[in-house]
Design a binder for this molecule. Structure first.
Ligand code: CA2
Length: 160
């Protein structure tokens, strides 16, 4: 059965494509979902795509995505990236890889965006590729899953 990649989007990302196109581009969140769906299909993965403006709901969804059939999580925690220790703790608690994504280059923006609570507990971080960052994150997850499969096959061969 195909593993699922869980894409989790934080506050205000529902506004994508309606304002601040100079920072976030013209794609809407629906466009991003379609892009992720195509990327997941290319890599033989299933997709679950969600957005919430509520910290607790995002934490529930990160925990849910940590369950066994999960291939991993692509997380754009939006503004919570810079403020939420609770989301960081949720990410640290899941056993599946979490790829942190930001549409904009947070290091080239306001000083308060330069620190991410998520980065130290994420497997990898992508920032500044626009919405293509989501596709790249799914490709990265697929590569990690492939490496894990190869490693467990090699371990199986060593045992027999
Ligand atoms: O670059 C990113 O993806 C961010 O995670 C987006 C967050 C921001 O707080 C982070 O520093 C970087 C904000 C998402 C808000 O998105 C909007 C989109 C259109 C109009 C208004 C907000």
């Amino acid at each position: 059965m195909a593993k699922t990649v869980h894409v989790r989007n934080g506050p205000n990302l529902n506004l994508l494509g309606t304002r601040e196109p100079q920072t976030y581009g013209h794609a809407t969140l629906d466009d991003v979902e379609q892009l992720c769906s195509a990327a997941a299909k290319r890599h033989g993965l299933a997709l679950q795509f969600r957005q919430s403006n509520h910290e607790g709901e995002l934490i529930d969804w990160i925990q849910e995505a940590g369950a066994s059939k999960s291939g991993g999580i692509v997380l754009n925690a939006g503004g919570y990236t810079h403020t939420s220790i609770a989301i960081r703790d949720a990410v640290a608690a899941v056993a599946v890889p979490v790829i942190e994504v930001h549409i904009s280059n947070i290091y080239a923006r306001d000083e308060f965006r330069h620190h991410s609570h998520i980065a130290p507990v994420a497997k990898a971080t992508l920032a500044g590729f626009g919405v293509a960052g989501y596709e790249l994150a799914i490709a990265g997850l697929a590569a990690l899953l492939g490496q894990n499969q190869l490693a467990s096959r090699a371990a199986g061969k060593r045992k027999s």
